[in-house]
Structures are given as structure tokens and as C-alpha cells.
Design a protein around this ligand. Structure first.
Ligand code: G4P
Length: 283
């Protein structure tokens, strides 16, 4: 699913978020482990002010493990509870219940002092499009997908998924808009496929990816495509086209096809586990 954002979308998304956030105790924010900063919208810090916060490094299976660990430390230093997850395969999901209780312990304690016992924590999942919100909700809720909407005390129209006696999850995730105005951020979002490919032409996108790979993951492309890592990214792309027989009529190289192949290989993890943003570059 690709998304084009217009000011109208952003206003609507923000309004929905403001409404829903009033109902919850805990914000579960998904980020893409390959770009944990660029896949966030910092407005969530203001929106989620006074709420317990949990950050999930989703798609951690596609990012480098040492970097995942560095990012866990980074977000912990900022005061967030953090878990690495692979929503697609269920990795990390089991540990989440314990982390939720820990992240909400102040609220649970406040309730206890007021004599409110066993009131479940209410949580909402938020994140930019395509970060894995629906996949995560399915993985977490699994079969325990009993809906609890439209009962007394439950806001009309809102559906809550009762995960267990301690936690209820709003069944519609909050959508955050990515901050793609910054060129670097836009490029990284395009690499992972979160914004429309048309924003950059696919050959330019592939050339940028080749330059990144040569700088930070030297040798990976050479090995995968059996090419030399040439100085000129477009020459590299031509070599990939050649090596993968991406040809047009008359044996001309099909650069667009090679570019799409490379970008697809990256997105699906076929180039290996690659992180695009390094925790060490952020304080
Ligand atoms: P959204 O609700 O935030 O928009 O995202 P959604 O769950 O639809 O997930 C977007 C894509 O990301 C899906 O792939 C999904 O399978 C994939 N995904 C979600 N979590 C993970 C993860 O932890 N690891 C990996 N590797 N992929 C993940 P898709 O290509 O749209 O669908 P499909 O081909 O997987 O069915």
C-alpha cells in the first residue's frame, strides 16, 4: 500500500489521533527498524504527552541486529519502553505483555491508590503507513480477538480488542504521516517503499541505494549480482542489468527493470539485513 499525503489527509489523521488518544493509557508506536527516525512523526511526542509510551522496532528481521540493539538503547535513553519485533513471524510478540505492564506501572499504581483494581490498560497502535500496524495487531491479538465495543462504559462506535484481563487495544490503528519534506527522510522512506515510487524515478532511487550500499555495506552488491562495485552508480546499475539479463528489444540494457529488481531485492531482504539509519549518528 502506497500513500500520497496532502494537507487534508494530515489534518484528518491528526484530528482522529487527538480524539482517540484521549481514550487510552498507552501509545504503542511502530517504527521501521531500518529507519527508526525517518519512519516516525515527531508530532506523536506532543500528541502522546502524558501517556505511557512503547516503541516497537518492527521489521527488525530486515535490519542489522547490532544496529537494532543500538536503537533499543537509544530509545531507552530517551525514556521509552522498547521491543524489537518481527510482526510477520511473531518474533518478540510474546514479551510485549510484560513490557506493557511495566510501561504502565505508574498508572496501575495510581489506580490502585484510588481503589480501582484490575482496570485494564487501554492501548492504541500508531505509525506511518506500511510500517506493519495491521500485521502487528493481528500477531498480538491472535485468536483472542474478542471485540468489546458497544457495551456500557465503552465509547460508542469504538471497538476494543480484549487481549487479556489486563490489556485492551483499540482495533483501528492511528495513522501518522511521515515527514518526507526533508530530502534525506524522503529518500529513506522511498527506499523502504513507504512513499510512492513516482516521487523519485526508480533509476535515481536505485542509484542512491547503490551509493549507500557501497559506502556502508561494501561488497554486498558485488557478491549478490556478480558485478564490480564501480565508482559510477549508473555503471553499477548497467552491470546489474547485464548480469541479470534485463534487456530491451535489440539487446539494449533495461535500466528501469534492473533498478526495480535491485530496489525489490532490498525491500524484501534479499540483499541481507540492512539498516539505513545508524543510532550512532543521533544523540
Ligand atoms: P500498516 O497496517 O502499518 O499499513 O502495515 P501492514 O500491516 O499492512 O504491513 C505492511 C507490509 O509490511 C506487509 O507486507 C507486511 O507483511 C509487512 N510486515 C509487517 N511487519 C513485518 C515484519 O516485522 N517483518 C517483515 N519482513 N515484514 C513485515 P506486504 O508486502 O504488503 O504484504 P505481504 O506480502 O507480506 O502479505
Amino acid at each position: 500500500m502506497h500513500f500520497q499525503w496532502y494537507p487534508g489527509h494530515m489534518t484528518k489523521a491528526k484530528r482522529m489521533m487527538q480524539e482517540n488518544i484521549k481514550l487510552i493509557d498507552l501509545v504503542i508506536e511502530l517504527v521501521d527498524a531500518r529507519i527508526p527516525i525517518s519512519s516516525r512523526n515527531p508530532d506523536i511526542d506532543e500528541l502522546g504527552n502524558n501517556k505511557a509510551r512503547l516503541i516497537l522496532l518492527n521489521k527488525s528481521d530486515l535490519a542489522e541486529e547490532t544496529q537494532n540493539d543500538a536503537w533499543v538503547e537509544y530509545f531507552k535513553r530517551k525514556g521509552f519502553a522498547v521491543v524489537k519485533v518481527n510482526s510477520k513471524k511473531g518474533g518478540g510478540i510474546k514479551s510485549i505483555h510484560g513490557v506493557i505492564q511495566e510501561a504502565c506501572k505508574e498508572k496501575i499504581e495510581r489506580d490502585r491508590k484510588r481503589g480501582i483494581l484490575n482496570r485494564p490498560v487501554r492501548a492504541m497502535v500508531v505509525g506511518i503507513p506500511n510500517v506493519g500496524k495491521s500485521t502487528f495487531i493481528n500477531a498480538l491479538a491472535g485468536k483472542a480477538c474478542a471485540k468489546t465495543g458497544n457495551k456500557p462504559g465503552v465509547t460508542k462506535g469504538k471497538q476494543w480488542i480484549r487481549l487479556n484481563k489486563n490489556v485492551e487495544l483499540l482495533d483501528t490503528p492511528g495513522i501518522l504521516w511521515p515527514k518526507f519534506e526533508d530530502q534525506k527522510v524522503g529518500l529513506r522512506l522511498a527506499f523502504i517503499g513507504s512513499i510512492k515510487d513516482e516521487i523519485l524515478n526508480i533509476e535515481e532511487l536505485a542509484a542512491e541505494l547503490i551509493q549507500f550500499m557501497k559506502k556502508y555495506y561494501m561488497g554486498v552488491l558485488a557478491e549478490k549480482y556478480d558485478i564490480m562495485e564501480n565508482e559510477d552508480p549508473y555503471q553499477c546499475l548497467a552491470d546489474i542489468a547485464m548480469s541479470r539479463h534485463c534487456l530491451l528489444k535489440g539487446n539494449e540494457l533495461d535500466m528501469a527493470k534492473a533498478a526495480a529488481l535491485l530496489v525489490d531485492d532490498f525491500r524484501s531482504g534479499k540483499l541481507g539485513r540492512i539498516t539505513l539509519e545508524f543510532a550512532g549518528d543521533y544523540e
